[in-house]
Design a protein around this ligand. Structure first.
Ligand code: NDP
Length: 285
């Protein structure tokens, strides 16, 4: 068969996108599998999302990642949503199937997979989620689908926090409550898995950490961060100092990248290579 020089195109649409390393991770995986795919970071301001998506369709794009501020705005433009994307109300990944652009959300699935890898069960457990933004919402919903018994939501903005607790209760998969964030508030006693689902501690503010009472973190809890740059956050250090098992945001990032790779290419992702590439990219910063 003659060689095919036509590349399959995957786009990341967001604002900002300059510091997003996902493309390097996906491109390493494409090369490893000998796939003629390209992953292209595109800076798309909010008012240009519609035009950008028309462009993706015109070019026959094979898939997308969406990041801030497009994860919700893309929804009405898509042909179909998966059940998880519907429940979460946001899309981070789009893939093409039978001519249809289908919206999925793999952020929470990547998180749940990172707990499986760390041997931390969710079935029947209590999760405390700090934050109620896009990542927190996706994680909380997937924890519910993975069998978490109760989810406490703690968030600064009460409207957003209550709306996530309501969505979780309405899902019928778990019970949830919401508490507005008070400075240095206690972690609820029954917590098994504590998650920093906020952007506090993200580079270049790596010295920041969520204001909770770290004396209420105890051995036996798992402490997980969505922040992946730096991988080892002050939040994780402070929780580990109290005996909690720390889980970085790197696993979540690599796992969702691996799930997306599979959705776009139909092939098993070379996960170990993807993790090595991500670690190298972050170390080079
Ligand atoms: P959003 O903007 O949707 O949500 C941000 C959340 O952080 C909100 O709950 C917000 O609270 C809270 N927050 C921010 N600053 C503060 C503060 N000073 N005090 C209290 N709460 C605060 O962002 P995303 O959910 O999309 O992203 C959150 C983080 O998750 C980012 O660091 C992102 O890089 C990371 N992420 C990691 C992924 C991974 O694979 N590891 C994947 C996706 C995201 P409020 O509602 O009150 O504003």
């Amino acid at each position: 068969m003659s060689k095919n020089y036509r590349a399959e195109l995957i786009f990341l649409l967001g604002d900002p996108v300059d510091g997003n390393p996902t493309g390097a991770v996906e491109e390493a995986a494409f090369a490893d599998k000998n796939l003629n795919y390209r992953y292209i970071n595109c800076l798309v301001p909010v008012e240009r999302l519609g035009a950008a998506f028309q462009g993706v369709k015109a070019l026959g794009g094979r898939g997308l990642n969406l990041t801030m501020p497009h994860k919700i705005a893309i929804i009405p433009m898509l042909d179909q949503l998966t059940q998880a994307a519907q429940l979460i109300g946001a899309v981070n990944t789009v893939y093409l199937r039978d001519g249809k652009y289908i919206g999925e959300n793999t952020d929470g699935k990547g998180f749940v997979q990172s707990l499986v890898e760390a041997d931390i069960p969710l079935q029947g457990k209590v999760v405390t989620m700090l934050g109620a933004g896009g990542a927190a919402r996706a994680i909380a919903m997937e924890c519910a689908l993975a069998g978490a018994r109760h989810i406490h939501i703690i968030n600064r903005d009460p409207g957003r926090g209550q709306s996530l607790a309501d969505a979780l209760n309405q899902s019928g998969h778990t019970k949830a409550d919401f508490a507005p964030w008070q400075p240095d508030m206690a972690v609820p006693d029954d917590t098994d898995v504590l998650v920093n689902g906020t952007s506090i501690g993200l580079h270049p503010h790596g010295e920041d950490y969520p204001p909770i009472d770290y004396d209420t973190v105890r051995p036996g809890m798992a402490a997980c961060d969505v922040v992946f740059n730096p991988a080892r956050t002050v939040f994780l250090d402070k929780c580990a100092a109290k005996g909690a098992q720390a889980v970085t945001g790197l696993g979540m990032l690599v796992n969702q990248a691996a799930l997306n790779f599979n959705l776009w290419t139909g092939e098993e992702a070379p996960r170990a290579l993807m993790m090595r590439t991500l670690s190298q990219e972050l170390a080079e910063e």
